[in-house]
Design a protein around this ligand. Structure first.
Ligand code: KIV
Ligand code: ZN
Length: 520
């Protein structure tokens, strides 16, 4: 049992943003984005990063493999079903990691066994033993999950867990796959397994709670009370359907209420806000304003009574400080006279360590922004860097854009695109200026993708604020989200659309032929 100086027991944080989170519709990330998220999770102190599901696509395999090579501290984990092909592929992808874990799972509930697996209980038991033994050929760190555990018959769950432990699993995960359980039930379930299963004290029990009834975080905390010492969660709670338990909420609940729950995590909570922004940017999923811990309004006090109390003593209405989770007062930082040195210092204070090439390009874009925008805030710089990361080396790029619009004017967009080095120009009208921009892109680069979402968010206050635009495209069942920031919303819209097209192109070349559907 590992405890800190206050005698609080350590709970491991297992982040599955890149696996359970990323596989939810519309949340797909590029290879580069996954690496960026993994680096931040590692720096933040996540214990285990589930980097993907290697057999599901060549793209997932490559991302897991690259994250395995680069990660400094965290254990890197890859998901696999019970089949040997899955397990071997995960083992291969994870091989370069300093420390890695194979996570193998199979459904155990009557409804899943009958309708999804079409397997009887004995065949499932055989698969449990065989899959764990196979995974142990690659590593001593094997996690076994009973998919749909909370709807599994208790005696059968005990038999499966016992067999997984006997076969060599070191972590036992008890997923509430469909977000059905309640805190009372979940405490009792974890306690029951720990009391009844032989050698249960030799393994770590883990929670994995979905949020269909809005209970994912409460259930995860209940699991810890019941004896689990690993929590599976995602940044911003992203994930299939209503999502997974939110990492930032679990971590802050344990930190703020350590008087009630004597547990600790290894997370540097001052990085939570940045992780939230990064994941929101790369997925295009906005964070709701009133979201606990990382929402825009989580620390704002609008009503007079609250403001008055806050001025007298912040503890009247604040149970944690904004800086504890990395939220800073918006600060005026740099202007058009700021030089390279000041810019580098600012980047490093924001936690960025760019290569010389990336720095030179970001500095050039900062100067261009400072020419157009009087005040350059921290948020503007974060948007600039993130925007640079996503554009990378693109096949399609916008060379020029001119827009005509106004009352009584037919909106039109005139654009030049470079497509794999070939220059294409044209002009198209539309129902509005944004429609005209997207129409001219479709004319210059015909493609079957459908627009699913167009979303604009101001990076800072004021009319000269940069606009952060997200564009979600869907093609043959695959969705990608492009994004871009610019002081001109229409320019950002054009860049974001083209960014999404570039992502589709990458996916087209990387996706494996057979797609898998996995219940999460
Ligand atoms: O929700 C779930 O059951 C899962 C498993 C694959 C662990 O995501
Ligand atoms: Zn899941």
């Amino acid at each position: 049992m590992s405890t800190n100086s206050e005698g609080h027991e350590r709970v491991r944080i297992f982040d599955t943003t890149l696996r359970d989170g990323e596989q939810s519709p519309g949340a797909a990330m590029t290879h580069q984005e996954k690496i960026e998220v993994a680096e931040l999770l590692d720096a933040m102190g996540v214990d285990i990063i589930e980097a993907g599901f290697p057999i599901s696509s060549v793209g997932d395999f490559e991302a897991v493999n690259e994250i395995a090579k680069r990660t400094k501290n965290a254990v890197i984990c890859g998901l696999s079903r019970a089949g040997f092909k899955d397990i071997d592929r995960a083992g291969e992808a994870l091989k370069p990691a300093k420390r890695f874990r194979i996570h193998t799972f199979i459904s155990t509930s009557p409804v899943h066994m009958k309708h999804k697996l079409q397997m009887g209980p004995n065949a499932v038991l055989d698969a449990v033993g065989a899959s764990v033994v196979r995974a142990r050929n690659f590593t001593d760190d094997v996690q076994w999950s009973a998919e749909d555990a909370t709807r599994t018959e208790a005696d059968f769950l005990c038999r499966c867990v016992e067999l997984a432990i006997r076969s060599g699993a070191t972590t036992i995960n008890i997923p509430d796959t469909v977000g059905y359980t309640t805190p009372q039930e979940y405490v009792a379930l974890i306690q029951m397994l720990r009391n009844r299963v032989p050698d249960a004290d030799k393994v770590i029990f883990s929670t994995h709670c979905h949020n269909d009834l809005g209970l994912a975080v409460a259930n995860s905390l209940a699991g810890i009370i019941g004896g689990a010492r690993q929590v599976e969660c995602t940044v911003n709670g992203i994930g299939e359907r209503a999502g997974n338990a939110a990492l930032e909420e679990i971590v802050m609940a344990l930190k703020v209420r350590k008087d009630a729950m004597a547990f600790t995590t290894g997370i540097d909570t001052r990085m939570l806000a940045r992780a939230s922004k990064l994941v929101s940017n790369v997925t295009g999923f906005p964070v709701q304003y009133n979201k606990a811990i990382v929402g825009k309004n989580a620390f704002s006090h609008e009503s007079g009574i609250h403001q008055d109390g806050m001025l007298k003593n912040v503890e009247t209405y604040e149970i944690m400080r904004p800086e504890d989770v990395g939220v800073k007062e918006t600060s005026l930082v740099l202007g058009k006279l700021s030089g390279r040195h000041a810019f580098r210092e600012k980047l490093s204070s924001l936690g960025y360590d760019l290569s010389d090439e990336a720095f030179a390009e970001t500095f050039r874009r900062f100067k261009a922004l400072a020419d157009r925008k009087k005040h350059v805030f921290d948020e503007d710089i974060v948007a600039l860097v993130d925007d640079g990361v996503i554009r990378g080396k693109d096949t399609i790029s916008v060379q020029s854009l001119k827009i005509e619009t106004g009352i009584g004017v037919a909106p039109a967009a005139e654009m030049t695109l470079s497509v794999d080095g070939e220059i294409r120009s044209g002009k198209t009208t539309g129902d509005g200026a944004v429609d005209a921009v997207f129409a001219v892109i479709r004319t210059l680069y015909p493609h079957p993708a459908h627009l699913q979402l167009f979303q604009v968010q101001a990076v800072t206050e004021g009319t000269d604020a940069q606009a952060n635009v997200s564009v979600r495209l869907e093609e043959n069942g695959r969705t990608v989200t492009g994004r871009a920031a610019d002081t001109d919303t229409l320019v950002a819209a054009a860049y974001a659309y083209v960014n999404a097209l570039n992502k589709l192109l990458v996916k087209r070349t990387k996706q494996a032929p057979e797609a898998l559907t996995v219940a999460r």
